[in-house]
Design a protein around this ligand. Structure first.
Ligand SMILES: Nc1ncnc2c1ncn2[C@@H]1O[C@H](COP(=O)(O)OP(=O)(O)O)[C@@H](O)[C@H]1O
Ligand SMILES: [Mg+2]
Length: 246
């Protein structure tokens, strides 16, 4: 993993139908930071992540990954260095077995059979799914699929992990395992989510989006204590900060 940063400057993105999804977005992630990206539905979280990975090309502004500016020329390199976890694991898993899915990226990088095996084993062990290697992907539970999807990203050895709603559709135990896992990573992490309790546990810093702009960027606990800010951005405080009913 190289030393790097990820800087977004004055990013503007609109969709073909004219919707302006991002309107002058700027932030910078330092190497190894874990940052939550929160905001109401439609605030621009998914669009932000897609733009960082070059899956959508912004029409104005820049994405800079450790000195490499995203462009048509560099998009291949940027995509190799940014691991993108899609909201729906079914968008990430398409091979007959777990092994094949996790091996897919490293094989495409042109690694030898032994290197690929090693990458797959390491990635599956990291997510606690070593025993699933030979299983057909379509038979896995939701939580297992999520773990394997994360392994497909890890096997590429990305510098930066960006994740869209990683805890969506997980049961409480699957969510707990995911939180434990995300805490063990040392990658630079950007986690877009509605799960503010997860952010509180995993991300010391939070960026709040509202209508395609950064509304707040700072220490997670401070941001979640700011009821006025949360209300303005149509967010609810994390459950653990709402107080238990008597
Ligand atoms: N493919 C698309 N075509 C047109 N508008 C879109 C598309 N995807 C998202 N949008 C719009 O862009 C805005 C930001 O959406 P999105 O990034 O998905 O927000 P979030 O992930 O925070 O819910 C919303 O107004 C949404 O309706
Ligand atoms: Mg979204």
């Amino acid at each position: 993993m190289s030393h790097h940063f990820l800087e977004v400057r004055d990013l503007w993105v609109s969709y073909p139908d004219g919707t302006e999804a991002l309107r002058g977005l700027s932030f910078r992630l330092e190497h190894g930071e874990a940052v939550g990206l929160v905001g109401a539905n439609g605030a621009g979280k998914s669009t932000t992540l897609l733009s960082l990975a070059g899956l959508i090309m912004p029409h104005k502004g820049s994405v800079n990954l450790g000195g490499t500016i995203l462009s048509k020329k560099t998009v291949g390199e940027i995509r190799r260095r940014i691991g993108f976890l899609f909201q729906d694991p079914d968008d990430q898993l398409f091979m007959p077995t777990v092994f094949d899915d996790v091996a897919f990226g490293p094989l495409n990088q042109g690694l030898s059979a032994e290197e690929v095996e090693e990458r797959v084993r390491t990635a599956l062990d990291q997510v606690g799914a070593g025993q699933l290697a030979e299983r057909p992907t379509y038979r896995l539970s939701g939580g297992e699929k999520r773990s394997v999807a994360i392994a497909t990203v890890l096997s590429m050895m990305p510098d930066v992990l960006i994740m869209d709603e990683p805890s969506a559709s997980l049961d409480p135990r699957g969510r707990r395992l995911l939180i434990g896992l995300l805490k063990t990573f040392t990658h630079t992490r950007l986690v877009a989510t509605h799960d503010l309790d997860l952010v509180l546990e995993v991300c010391p810093r939070t960026i709040v989006l509202s209508e395609g702009r950064v509304e707040a960027d700072g220490e997670t606990a401070r941001i979640f204590e700011d009821r006025e800010l949360l209300e303005r951005c149509r967010l609810e405080p994390p459950l653990c900060m709402q107080g238990m009913p008597r």
